[in-house]
Design a protein around this ligand. Structure first.
Ligand SMILES: NC(=O)c1ccc[n+]([C@@H]2O[C@H](COP(=O)([O-])OP(=O)(O)OC[C@H]3O[C@@H](n4cnc5c(N)ncnc54)[C@H](O)[C@@H]3O)[C@@H](O)[C@H]2O)c1
Length: 435
């Protein structure tokens, strides 16, 4: 099958490489020429484990090409996936200008029947809007169908998630589109991946409901951790005790400085906005967002308290800047927000992240020392703060780190260390919701 994927970001490149791996002829389009140039050489413009190999293999075998020529890509393809960004506007709603721009390009190049699929996360009603734009702008009687196929991949394990999704959601009112997409996803269908076929609006809402629910679960356990801090209980045992209940499940019950990334903050805000426009006050998601923001302030407060109430002039070895491990993505990173707040309060930061240093430097500027590794970061520091749970921080030689430090404070915002072990090494250990 000939497939076009418009937008070569995290979702677009993974989708394009994934469908090529399934044996399709895929053309992936981006309007940024430098990005396309890199991808043509098999270089990935962002950090995503396993993606370079998958892209390289499919480039070499001739099933995957990258281009800036969207008109040609659209004309040549039966299925067109829209995978461009839908960033938040000032009022929290999703900015659909990129999606609408692609819809107009599709209309201009509609030479034969096509299925236009929205993979970007878009508010309920957007696929119908895309249909309307194409209907209005096309200059011939060529038929087309629209479908919604939200993406659930996680950055850091995106390739695995594409190949082994928990489910594939397809919303469409067209039997032809349904059959074509079922065929495209055949390898997963054969592997007994659950498929949810539904209408356009329901499919669009499934994505927002899923992300908002996961965000809510994180804010919930963060509040339980905050309560543990005051009550003297251990959040890890509480989470384990809760998670063993099959109705609750153990995932997303890890306390920390709040959720971040390009999806949860944006999608919770967009759901709130969507609900508001529909005349519904979504109180649970509103509280989820508020709790998340205050969690980072709480983290700064914890660090301040651990340093005897003063941040100004203190040297902090700050580990982790990406919004989660295994990615260089710093969009809405809680780690970065904590780092910024510490800098604003006059702390001197020595920072290290295994992948996100370059991106973080664009935000943090010259205000901190960029270090070559974790031990370098904690050199001479009064406190060490772990803000993102990269595996290499989990496996740190804590005795060596302690030796390199001037002070003894260890603020573990991700609860990656055993408090007792850290204490035995002479650290003053502060975790999240641990006795
Ligand atoms: N990143 C994730 O983990 C994730 C997961 C699930 C869903 N999503 C959703 O998928 C969508 C894309 O997310 P992303 O993280 O891949 O975004 P991204 O910002 O990394 O990539 C978007 C790309 O689209 C390109 N683009 C914009 N307009 C274009 C046009 N007219 N023609 C060609 N290219 C164009 C941009 O240059 C950019 O490279 C968003 O709606 C997001 O919410 C993201």
């Amino acid at each position: 099958m000939r497939v076009a994927v418009i937008g070569a970001g995290y979702v677009g490149v993974v989708t394009a490489a994934g469908f090529a791996e399934f044996g399709n002829e895929v053309v992936c389009v981006d309007k940024v020429p430098e990005k396309v140039e890199m991808l043509r050489k098999g270089e990935i413009p962002f950090y995503e484990p396993g993606l370079q190999e998958l892209v390289g293999k499919n480039l070499k075998e001739g099933r995957l090409v990258f281009t800036t020529d969207s008109p040609q890509a659209i004309r040549d393809s039966l299925v067109i996936f829209i995978a461009v960004g839908t960033p938040p506007r000032g009022d929290g709603s999703a900015d659909l200008s990129y999606v609408e721009e692609v819809a107009r390009e599709i209309a201009d190049n509609l030479n034969e029947y096509k299925v236009v699929v929205t993979k970007s996360t878009v508010p309920v009603g957007t696929s119908l809007r895309i249909k309307e734009i194409i209907e209005t702008c096309k200059n011939n009687s060529t038929q087309f169908d629209v479908a919604s196929n939200p993406e659930f991949l996680r950055e850091g394990s995106a390739v695995y998630d594409f190949m082994h999704p928990d489910r594939v959601v397809i919303g469409t009112d067209s039997d032809a589109a349904k059959a074509i997409l079922r065929d495209l996803y055949r390898p997963l269908y054969l592997r007994e991946t659950p498929f949810v076929f539904t209408d356009l609006k329901t499919s669009e809402l499934i994505k927002y409901a899923s992300n908002s629910f996961l965000a809510m679960k994180i804010s919930f356990i963060n509040e339980i951790a905050n309560l543990c801090d005051t009550l003297g209980a251990d959040v890890h045992v509480v989470a384990r005790g809760m998670g063993l209940d099959g109705r609750i499940g153990p995932k997303f019950l890890h306390p920390g400085p709040g959720y971040g990334g390009s999806c949860f903050p944006k999608d919770t805000m967009a759901l709130l906005r969507m609900a508001q426009e529909a005349g519904y006050h979504f109180r649970l998601v509103e509280a989820t967002v508020q709790v998340n923001l205050s969690q980072q302030e709480r983290a700064v407060e914890k660090i301040r308290q651990a340093l005897g109430g003063k941040l100004e002039g203190t040297v902090i070895g700050f580990l982790g800047l990406s919004f989660k491990p295994n990615t260089d993505d710093i969009r809405e990173s809680p780690a970065l927000r904590v780092a910024k707040m510490l800098l604003e309060e006059g702390a001197a930061l020595r920072v290290f992240d295994p992948a996100a240093m370059k991106n973080a430097a664009q935000v943090l500027g010259n205000g901190c020392v960029y270090c070559k590794d974790s031990y370098h970061a904690v050199q001479g520091a009064q406190a060490m703060v772990v803000a993102t749970e990269w595996n290499q921080f989990r496996n740190l030689d804590l005795a060596k780190a302690r030796e390199a430090m001037k002070g003894d404070v260890l603020v573990d915002l991700r609860n990656v260390y055993e408090p007792e072990k850290a204490k035995a090494l002479g650290f003053k250990y502060i975790g999240m919701g641990r006795r």
